[in-house]
Design a binder for this molecule. Structure first.
Ligand code: GLN
Length: 484
């Protein structure tokens, strides 16, 4: 059962080939067998999952099912889930039982899907390797000496090892697309505002966006249909109609205009990764797509601008974790100041502290104009680059990451090199655009991802373009030998 996609599982449930309880139990067994070596889950919500599965079976029997009814899904531990520990990968929230459901969780509940558990992640979603989690690193199912990418590393590893048919993630600078590329998955980051951020623990509010990890673009369309839409509880949620994402998957891509930004194929790109991306481009040419060289001239400013904007917003967002209202509190504080200092000092890990320090500095008086305001202006230039490009082309393609998965520990002492693993994904967040990563081959038995970027709210186009490629290639069907 675990090799099937959501679409296939939904058909199986509908035809009565298996029940949701059987399916859920199968995944729970797999998690118990395989997850010790991967560490992809922080919490397994077995009892709740089986109860949800039982209700799903009743709903299917009553003929009131949604496509996702009875389908198990793993949720990133950044989404508040009522009555379940929601840690955000941090010691700070190790004792936090959320008192309500995030909008994303609520949407899956309403659709009748089953939450298997909460997946591991970099602390407060800061990282590109899932090594900053309080709960320990996540391993890449393709090679356990390598990282799965981050920050949604647990969500990616769980689906790659088929310990869940699909999962959710969040992408602030690449945290869905990068781990999807490193784990051979389809990873979708929707437009900013497409999916509600209500109940999703904030890292950098103007960049954070929830999305999905699936085997196929077809499954991503099903997942997005559940998650997308206006939510008045999130003031940045957008009132745009939600199209039927599955309806346009089969449109052909003949005459599709694709831009290849020269800055995304420059120095720093691994030659073998470049070859796999070239092969994907050749496939699209066979399908009738037309390619154009384009330029996104401010690309080199995206990582520096991001590392001002994201830390600035995180320093403000994370000020709520003060040891007073919820979360970790130090033992026997001497006075209020000691309580703040030690609770935050002991509760946060070093990467989070680094970001808070950088952000507080960039926002401080005298530096605000020089750093924060400047970064915001650069952000506008980067968004304008895309707007100009989309006057000439329908979508943009590039590698998702400059290299395949790197070794656990390899970038420990070099945060800047870690930051550059998002070089091709970050600008998309700064501009608020939708992007997807699809499997396009292997280098030394490690997966490579092709990134496709579309204009605002053109997720249907993005999914269609990805789906057409998956009709003529089988990279996305490959799974790691050890987890078969
Ligand atoms: N790797 C980037 C960072 O560390 C992006 C993280 C994310 O998208 N959540 O900030």
């Amino acid at each position: 059962m675990h090799t099937k996609t959501i679409a296939q599982l939904a058909a199986g449930l509908k035809a009565g080939e298996f029940s949701s309880v059987e399916l859920t139990q199968h995944y729970i067994n797999r998690i118990q067998t395989f997850d010790n070596g991967l560490n992809s889950y922080i919490s397994l919500t077995e009892e709740r999952a089986l109860a949800q599965a039982k209700r799903a079976d009743e709903r299917i029997a009553a003929g009131k099912a949604h496509v996702l009814t009875g389908i198990p899904v793993a949720q990133k531990d950044i989404f508040c889930s009522d009555g379940v520990k929601t840690s955000c990968g941090s010691k700070m929230l190790d004792n936090f039982i959320a008192p309500y459901d995030a909008s994303v969780i609520e949407s899956f509940n309403n659709a009748g899907s089953v939450m298997l558990g909460k997946t591991n992640m970099d602390e407060f979603a800061m990282g590109s390797s899932n090594e900053t989690s309080f709960y320990g690193p996540v391993k890449n199912p393709w090679n356990v000496d390598c990282v799965p990418g981050g920050s949604s590393g647990g969500s990616a590893a769980s689906v790659a090892a088929r310990l869940a048919p699909a999962s959710t993630g969040t992408d602030t600078g690449g945290s869905i697309r990068q781990p999807a590329a490193l784990c051979n998955l389809t990873g979708l980051k929707p437009s900013y505002g497409r999916v509600s951020r209500y109940g999703m623990i904030a890292f950098a509010s103007s960049l954070d966006q929830a999305g999905t990890f699936t085997q196929t673009a077809e499954d991503a369309a099903l997942m997005l249909s559940v998650m997308a839409g206006l939510d008045v509880r999130d003031s940045t949620s957008i009132d745009e109609p939600v199209p039927d994402y599955s309806a346009s998957l089969n449109n052909d891509v003949k005459g599709l205009k694709v831009g290849l930004p020269k800055e995304y194929f420059a120095d720093g790109l691994d030659a073998d990764v470049a070859k796999r991306v070239d092969d994907a481009i050749s496939e699209y040419k066979k399908l009738g797509a037309e390619f154009f060289d384009i330029s996104l001239p401010n690309t080199h400013l995206s990582v520096p601008a991001y590392y001002i904007v994201a830390p600035a917003e995180c320093s403000s967002n994370l000020s709520r974790f003060d040891g007073v209202r919820f979360g970790y509190r130090c033992e026997e504080p001497k006075d209020l100041e000691d309580l703040y200092k030690r609770s935050r000092g002991e509760g946060f890990g070093s990467e989070v502290k680094r970001r808070i320090l950088v952000g507080a500095y960039a926002l401080s008086s005298g530096y605000y104009d020089a750093y924060y305001l400047k970064a915001q202006k650069i952000r506008r230039l980067i968004a304008n680059d895309f707007t100009e490009a989309f006057k000439q082309v329908d979508v943009i393609m590039s590698p998702t990451t400059p290299t395949p998965a790197f070794k656990v520990g390899e970038k420990d002492d070099d945060p800047i090199s870690m930051y550059y693993s998002d070089i091709y994904t970050i600008a998309v967040n700064l501009a608020g655009l939708p992007g997807i990563s699809v499997p396009c081959g292997f280098v030394n038995a490690l997966p490579v991802g092709l990134q496709i970027i579309a204009p605002y709210f053109a997720e249907a186009k993005l999914l269609n373009v990805a789906h057409q490629y998956q009709q003529v290639t089988d990279w996305h069907q490959q799974m790691p030998e050890t987890f078969k």
